[in-house]
Ligand binder design. Structure first.
Ligand code: ATP
Ligand code: MG
Length: 651
């Protein structure tokens, strides 16, 4: 079946009904859509009852000053109490919150909710000791270790918004984020493990702190690897404090304050896939309501599930669906320090009997490239649900994921959302929706999405256009940090009253939504609009191709021409002499001659952000023979050199 090709996205006709037992016992049933439609605010008010509030709200939504929303007005709560204390108080203190798996084999820790509560309280006391007060910003630059979650929750407890910066980013990227949100404290570690070796983090912090003048007063450092690092302790008038000195001895009692529902929880900078990262501000009550409700609804979370979201904490998915959503729901989850080493993920699934796996298409395509023999060697019968996020999932990758990882029994939920939306917006419901490979299907209950044309008119079924959100939602961004005007200009100025997501989409004849990639990436070839996603999916449907990225490059005759970069499956070897012609013909057959790439380059890697998104703007630079642009948010900055070398040798 996974070798079967598709004619193109819109004629994809495979359907996967929800498993009967899952459907019968699903957390959310069909009726939720109608209930939410008939009274959206009542629906979200009910969802907010999932949380523990200090003071209950007086008003669900204040939308009197759009686009500045206020949710659960007058309510007070503490995010860390909702993620930890209340589970302990409810008698679940012994339940494992985090099965942590380090990159070095056998380096594991299980942390119960009771232990997490003590650790968060200690860290909150330690931060207070370091002068952190409500409203102060704290930067976090750490590997995937439990302390990063503790640090986030300790900040939330104090009402000190955190900004987590991906540990793979450079000192410059860290410095610009510290400066943008004026953080006085940075929490980091000596280093972390990456691909089998200890790699240092602290030197980048030192460099970043140096660049930001007197801004940073304290650097709190977790000892993770034990490697040698430069140390400027407080005794010598420096800024560095060891986590184990400050936190371990602190009291495990901490009286939490209830914060206003709209109190800032964190600032997260977007991936920068399309340009300079934006500091997205999320607040407390609405964010926690939106993330915990969707985590429970979309993943059909049950008390005995073992959930695993593979996202790095430096990405919004790590915030909403590793930290806040699952912990607010009292879930047991796996947290893994490493990158997708061959077979290791499946070993973890087998060892911890993971039931729900949430990952990105890029990871799935990497596993497809390596071949199914690897996952086939493990017992993954515990899995019952699979999720995807970050990019459109190509139908072939979806079907492979479902069959090879999910044993053809697990539904796949393709979840569309953004750093800005905070919560999943468009997704199947696993107990309700008959899934279509490649489609995120429809807006969740309580969410209102549509596809419109240039004049904001709904395009109707069977047509494509711009994806918009029509009504405010609880976890929506409140503004861009310190820049209300840019917030309005970026998202709300294109059409009155509509949130412009920046993504293109099509509605099929049933009204289901197919995401087509960034509007900025849409190509215009001889007057025809072509989406990157459609051509990429056609390429990935070829049995020799594992991954593809398509860009439009300026062309004298056609306006723009399609240029493709492909990674072949390991089983395809070098693809054979005629591989380029074979793939060009394949695209022509799948979509039409107009979509036939002018140029196809077989490459070993593609440039990706930390969240696994392909940075097409860099490929476009290559295709148009320009100097490659800003690469600071690339997960691996050497990739562009590999591709440019390839380009030099291209025919
Ligand atoms: P920047 O806004 O700085 O360019 P970014 O948009 O890559 O960065 P994120 O907020 O992490 O940063 O990504 C959100 C985007 O990811 C969406 O707008 C969409 O293009 C894409 N995306 C996420 N999930 C899906 C999905 N399930 N299907 C299709 N696209 C998705
Ligand atoms: Mg974006």
């Amino acid at each position: 079946m996974s070798e079967q090709t598709l004619s193109n996205l819109m004629s994809e006709d495979r359907r996967f009904e929800p498993p009967a037992d899952l459907a019968a016992d699903a957390n959310v049933k069909e009726e939720a859509y109608d209930r939410a439609d008939s009274d959206r605010e009542a629906f979200w008010g009910e969802a907010a009852e999932r949380l523990d509030w200090g003071q209950k709200w007086d008003q669900v939504l204040d939308w009197s000053n759009p686009p500045f929303a206020k949710w659960f007005v007058g309510g007070t709560l503490n995010a860390s109490v909702n993620c930890v204390d209340r589970h302990v108080e409810a008698g679940n203190g012994d339940k494992v919150a985090i099965h942590w798996v380090g990159e070095p084999h056998d380096d594991t820790r299980d942390i119960t909710y009771a232990q997490l509560k003590d650790e968060v309280s200690r860290a909150a006391n330690a931060l207070t000791e370091l002068g952190v007060r409500k409203g102060d910003r704290v930067a976090i630059y750490m590997p995937m270790i439990p302390e990063v979650v503790v640090a986030m929750l300790a900040c939330a407890r104090l009402g000190a918004p955190h900004t987590v910066v991906f540990g793979g980013f450079s000192a410059d990227a860290l410095a610009s984020r510290i400066t943008d949100c004026e953080a006085h404290v940075v929490i980091t570690s000596d280093g972390g493990y990456r691909r089998g070796a200890a790699s240092a983090l602290k030197p980048a912090v030192d460099e970043a702190v140096e660049k930001t003048g007197d801004l940073v007063r304290h650097v709190l450092v977790v000892r993770r690897t034990g490697q040698d690092i430069e140390w400027n302790g407080r005794e010598e008038g420096g800024r560095d404090v060891w986590w184990h000195d400050a936190v371990d001895g602190a009291s495990a009692e901490h009286e939490p304050e209830m914060h206003d529902s709209e109190h800032p929880l964190y600032v997260m900078y977007t991936s920068g896939t399309t340009g300079k990262p934006k500091g997205i501000l999320h607040t407390t009550g609405g964010y926690l309501t939106g993330t915990s409700y969707t985590h429970w609804a979309v993943f059909d979370l049950k008390d005995d599930d073992v959930y695993w979201c593979t996202a790095d904490v430096g990405w919004v998915t790590g915030h909403s669906y590793m930290a806040y959503g699952p912990l607010a729901n009292g879930a047991t989850q796996v947290m893994y320090e490493g990158t997708p080493e061959k077979g290791r993920w499946w070993q973890i699934v087998q060892d911890y009997k993971v039931t729900i796996l949430y990952t990105a298409p890029t990871a799935i395509r990497t596993f497809m490239k390596q071949g199914r023999e690897i996952p086939d060697g493990y017992d993954m019968s515990s899995l019952r649900l699979l999720g995807s996020v970050g990019e459109p999932i190509n139908p072939e990758a979806y079907v492979w994921y479902r069959e090879v990882i999910g044993g053809d029994r697990c539904p796949v939920v393709d979840t569309w959302w953004q750093t800005e939306t905070g919560q999943i917006m468009i997704s199947p419901l696993p107990g309700v929706t008959a899934g279509k490979p490649g489609s995120a299907m429809k807006a969740l209950p309580g969410i209102s999405a549509d596809v419109v044309d240039d004049d904001a008119k709904p395009v109707g079924n069977g047509n494509g256009g711009y994806l918009v959100l029509k009504e405010p939602w609880p976890a929506m961004l409140r503004t861009l940090w310190g820049d209300d005007q840019r917030f309005k200009d970026t998202y709300w100025s294109r059409w009155e009253g509509l949130y412009f997501a920046g993504d293109g989409a099509k509605l099929d004849d049933d009204g289901d939504i197919w995401l087509l990639g960034r509007v900025d990436d849409v190509m215009n070839v001889s007057g025809h609009r072509l989406s990157t996603t459609e051509i990429e999916s056609a390429l990935v449907s070829h049995p020799k191709v594992a991954e593809a990225a398509v860009v439009g490059a300026a062309d004298e005759t056609t306006g723009q021409a399609v240029c493709a970069f492909v990674i072949l499956r390991d089983s395809a070897g070098d693809g054979g002499e005629d591989i380029v012609e074979e793939l060009r013909k394949h695209v022509a057959k799948e979509i039409g001659a107009i979509a036939k790439p002018r140029q196809i380059m077989v490459v070993p890697e593609l440039p990706k952000t930390r969240s696994g998104k392909i940075m097409r703007r860099l490929l476009k630079d290559v295709a148009e023979h320009r100097e490659v642009g800003d690469v600071t948010t690339l997960a691996d900055s050497t990739v562009m050199d590999l591709i440019k070398t390839k380009e030099g040798s291209a025919p």
